[in-house]
Design a protein around this ligand. Sequence first.
Ligand code: URA
Length: 414
Amino acid sequence: MHVPTLIEKKREGQELTQEEIEYLITGFTSGEIADYQMSAWAMAVFFKGMTAVETQHLTTAMMESGSVLEYPEGSPRKVDKHSTGGIGDKTSLVLAPLLACDENWVPMISGRGLGITGGTLDKLESIPGFNIHIDERRALTQLKSIGVFMIGQSADICPADKKLYALRDVTGTVPSQALIVASIMSKKLAENLDRLVLDVKFGSGAFMKTRKEAQQLAAAMTKVGKLMGVQVSHLLSPMNEPLGRTVGNALEVAECVEILQGGGPADAVKLVLDLAEQVSTAKRSQLSAWLQDGTAWRKFISLVYAQDGDASSLEKLGEVHRAPVIQPFLAKSAGTIKKMDAETIGRVSLLVGGGRQTANDTIDFAVGLSGIKKVGERVEKGESLLLVHARDDQTLRLILPLLEKAVEIGLTHD
Ligand code: URA
């Protein structure tokens, strides 16, 4: 097959065959098809889309680029959740240990930051020593002992997604329904799950801007999941303001520690419980009790230890990763927060170094935003709306105009 012809075929909006899709994915994974060709193809998919049949072939080809997990006979139910990506969305780090407090196994394969959205793997790597690259054998042993692992796509599992994900991140080809479906579902299908809950985000900080688009994405992923024998449910969750009060890798992990210790912001706790009850056999009251009584926190500590992380650093991550410049962004007037725009906040986090602008960029774990006020909260003139954590003053100056745009305070008459 001739790669330029396949790119042209997609560019003209024609349907690719199963063999053609397999050829592209196999060639790209092995390195025979160049990044620039795959980028052009991804852009053609972004503009022309894929049919349901093409999307399914793409998902299968990506899943089959590596191995599919196999479990011993009679092992517990395998459950997981996946989010389509948002700003400050740290739910996986709480949800995975929480689900493992029950009789479930949670074999979680996650991704890195994508575009302006953060990634579970980057957050995990802000925990000193945490190893997201454990191999399949070790991962299975860990499931047997503590019921949960959190790893990335690898040479073993979904290598095609690992490469394509990194390419999409830096080529403007993330918000394509077909590419998102295949990326998420190939990872989840490689986990060989019984139950999956999808957190499909919509709003300014999500790839899907409207509820309708999110609904369509959810339907497409559910269809692929069902065809492959997984029970899939979904939530549509708004992403117009960041989830919780932090954005940035180590800052978000610190917020997860708060949640796992029974505190944390109400919106993030609610989303964790909403998602957990979709796949867990435990009731919401029990799940909530595990967050309150330290059971989920202890499970998280076991997970961090099991994957070579320094669990003793968890309660002092703010010191381990401390940005040199921490500055409040102050309210210019008193009133009620009307807008805390997720997209702009995500862009700010990216620009201060919390995300990648090119594929080889390294993440700065310390930077981001904390103490973010929530929509509907009252503030006084001069009060901090959020704290910016930056590497230097120059970066801070660069992002201040964006922050001006991100926040809107409405007057209150009281
Ligand atoms: N999460 C993924 O794993 N892949 C995407 O394409 C988007 C969100």
